[in-house]
Ligand binder design. Structure first.
Ligand SMILES: Cc1cc2nc3c(=O)[nH]c(=O)nc-3n(C[C@H](O)[C@H](O)[C@H](O)COP(=O)(O)O)c2cc1C
Length: 172
């Protein structure tokens, strides 16, 4: 294992519970693969734009993506984030629950990496992911008791990540 992608979706940085929980998964991976490099994608230190018209129009017209010439459009972000994801041998996601589901920062990341014609194809059998599978550790923190509230976070990630080929999900 050479590269671990560490995605942090809390606004609370290193104070965040999910970040601290995710450090356990990072430490375990580092113990097993001492030479692995950790690439941090902090979704609050560097906020992602929502998908814009260039991204949406390109998806509608050119499912494969097209070269972009307009700087950091959300399409450029999408290209960068997909490359980052492709290069990772393991992914560690640190996320709090916000209003029963993923925080908007993580949803924005998903909107950029779940891309038709690039990370999945729409077929008559449904959506088929194109990314090779690899372990995805997901460290979740929440304020309320799990049994006393709806949980759209875990089922959502269990549905969306396999859509792009990431099926080996390990929730913490
Ligand atoms: C906008 C917002 C919405 C939240 N919604 C929920 C929720 O629906 N259920 C819950 O249990 N906790 C909710 N919380 C609390 C956080 O999930 C909880 O404090 C979590 O431990 C924070 O993790 P972090 O330190 O990694 O940011 C919410 C917090 C915020 C800021």
């Amino acid at each position: 294992m050479k590269k671990i992608l560490h995605i942090c979706a809390s606004a609370r940085g290193e104070e965040s519970s999910s970040y601290r929980l995710s450090q356990q998964a990072i430490a375990e991976l580092r113990g097993r693969y001492p030479d692995a490099r950790v690439v941090l994608r902090d979704l609050h230190a560097e906020p992602l734009p929502h998908v814009d018209s260039l991204y949406s129009n390109t998806l509608a017209r050119l499912p494969g993506g097209a070269p972009h010439a307009q700087g950091r459009s959300s399409l450029a972000w999408s290209d960068l984030l997909i490359e980052e994801l492709k290069a990772a041998d393991a992914v560690v996601i640190a996320t709090p629950m916000h209003n029963f589901t993923v925080p908007s920062a993580l949803k924005a990341w998903l909107d950029h990496v779940v891309r038709i014609g690039v990370t999945f194809n729409a077929t008559s059998e449904g959506k088929v992911g194109t990314l090779p599978d690899r372990p995805v550790y997901i460290a979740v923190s929440m304020g309320g008791a799990r049994a006393r509230q709806p949980d759209f976070l875990e089922p959502y990630l269990r549905a969306i990540l396999p859509t792009i080929g990431l099926k080996d999900l390990r929730f913490v």
